[in-house]
Design a protein around this ligand. Sequence first.
Ligand code: DX5
Ligand code: ZN
Length: 225
Amino acid sequence: MNIELAPSILSANFAQLAADAQQAIDGGGTVLHLDVMDGHFVPNLTIGPPVVRSLRKKLNVPFDCHLMIENPDLFIPEFAEAGANWISVHQEACVHLDRSLHLIASHGCKPGVVLNPATPVETLTEVLDLVHHVLVMSVNPGFGGQKFIPNALNKIAALARMRAERKLDFRIEVDGGVDLETITDIVKAGAELLVAGNAVFGHGDIRSNASKLLEAARAATLTRA
Ligand code: DX5
Ligand code: ZN
């Protein structure tokens, strides 16, 4: 299992995004998680393709664009063109999920699908062979710094079982409330892509926050049953 830390810039200082993100990368972040919100699918607004394009010129890790927007098909081409490497869409936002995932792949990006806390993993049965990653939301999306919802652990474990049973190779990502207290259980449940916003950028030294999280995550793999 390849554990990776994906710092979420949602809690970074937006006046110095690239510098903050670089510190998180220096601390061991290997994927940058970018939260895109439209004020409709979630009650918040964040960034669009111009910010992705600007950061792309400064940073050298894969960009993981998490689209919390309605009608994502309308924007997938522009995010791909702006420099996204992975693009994930919410199951709940996609009437034609199969089409959206193929659209992402057709623009040269890795397709991912996201589940809100109330959405069962079984709703993905028919698309698991199409995705590069499944993102399990462990908070209701829209804001950083929320408390981890423990049922996400059951969903991560269920996805890991489905993956093994069907001999698939999608990666399991978790997003929301990932911190030094929750990360051990998250990794033990089977997640390997760990998104963290507040725990990396919210306080103290960004680089050391990132490296401590990664260290705790790696330690958890050694004790996993
Ligand atoms: C929430 C976003 C997350 C958020 C996580 O809707 O999708 O990526 O940044 O933030 P923390 O790690 O602070 O819970
Ligand atoms: Zn996110």
